[in-house]
Design a protein around this ligand. Structure first.
Ligand code: FPP
Length: 243
C-alpha cells in the first residue's frame, strides 16, 4: 500500500488549511457586533488567496462555518449566511480573473437553496482555473464528512459495486468531500486556541500545525508568508527516521 512520502526539507507547503478564528473577539475589542468581525475576516480571505501564487501554495482551504456553528444565535448564523452570499457576489469576477478554482466542502443539505445555487455557479465559473485552488468549508465537520462518506461507501457495497475486502485506507478518501484535493501539509489556526475543532480530521493525519495568537481579521499576507517559509525548515518524517 502506498505510504505518504516525506518531502524534501526545503519544500514549501503545497496545501495550507486555515481555521480562521477570532473574528468575534476582534469585534468585541472594538465595541462592535460580532458580525463586524466576520466582515473584516471575509476581507482577509482575499488578501491570503492573492498571496498564494508567490508563496508556491497551490491549495488553500478555509474553515468558514462548522457543523457546530449552528449553535450560535440565529442572528449571527443568518448574518454569516448572508456574508457568504455577498462574498460570492462580490468576489466571483476577481476570483475568475485571478485564475482561482473555487470548491465548497461540507454538507449542503442544511444550507438555503439560494446559497447552494450560488456555490454551484461559482464552482462552475471557476472550474477550469488553475493558479490557486481555494476550498471553502461551509457546514463542514470532519466527523460528519467521514459519516457521509461511509454511508456512500456502504451503498456501493450494498449495490455490489465495491468489494468490502478491497476497502483500505485509500478507499475512504475517494468518498470524502476532499476527494480531488491533496492532504494539507500545514494547518494554521489563529486566535491562540490550540484545537483542531473537527477540521479535516482524516486529511490532516500528517499535517504540521501552527497555532498563532493573531486574531483572524489581523492576519496579514506577511504573517502568512512567514509561516509558509518557516514550514520549509521542519523535518517531516511521516513515521520514518531522518536520513
Ligand atoms: C470563527 O471566529 C470564525 C467563524 C465561525 C466564521 C469564519 C468566517 C469568516 C472569516 C468570514 C467569511 C469567510 C468567507 C470565506 C467568505 P469566532 O466567531 O469563533 O471568533 P471568537 O472565537 O473570537 O468568538
Amino acid at each position: 500500500m502506498a505510504q505518504p512520502q516525506p518531502k524534501a526539507k526545503d519544500d514549501g507547503p503545497r496545501h495550507v488549511a486555515i481555521i480562521m478564528d477570532g473574528n468575534g473577539r476582534w469585534a468585541t475589542q472594538r465595541g462592535r457586533p460580532r458580525l463586524f468581525g466576520h466582515q473584516a475576516g471575509a476581507r482577509r480571505v482575499r488578501e491570503i488567496v492573492e498571496a498564494c501564487p508567490d508563496l508556491g501554495v497551490d491549495y488553500l482551504t478555509v474553515f468558514a462555518f462548522s457543523t457546530e456553528n449552528w449553535k450560535r444565535t440565529q442572528s449571527e448564523v443568518a448574518g454569516l449566511m448572508n456574508l457568504f452570499r455577498r462574498y460570492i457576489t462580490r468576489e466571483a469576477k476577481s476570483l475568475k480573473a485571478n485564475d482561482v478554482c473555487v470548491r465548497f466542502i461540507g454538507d449542503r443539505v442544511r444550507l438555503d437553496q439560494k446559497l447552494v445555487s450560488m456555490m454551484d455557479e461559482l464552482e462552475a465559473l471557476t472550474a477550469n482555473c488553475k493558479t490557486v485552488n481555494l476550498t471553502i468549508a461551509i457546514n463542514y465537520g470532519g466527523r460528519d464528512e467521514v459519516a457521509r462518506a461511509t454511508k456512500r461507501l456502504a451503498r456501493d457495497v450494498a449495490d455490489g459495486k465495491l468489494d468490502p475486502d478491497a476497502v483500505d485506507e485509500e478507499t475512504l478518501p475517494k468518498y470524502l468531500d476532499t476527494c480531488v484535493l491533496p492532504d494539507p501539509d500545514l494547518v494554521i489556526r489563529t486566535s491562540g486556541e490550540a484545537r483542531i475543532s473537527n477540521f479535516l480530521l482524516w486529511q490532516s493525519a500528517y499535517a504540521e500545525y501552527e497555532f498563532i495568537d493573531t486574531l483572524w481579521p489581523d492576519f496579514t499576507a506577511e504573517e502568512f508568508s512567514t509561516l509558509v517559509e518557516g514550514f520549509g525548515t521542519r523535518d517531516r518524517r511521516f513515521g520514518a527516521v531522518s536520513a
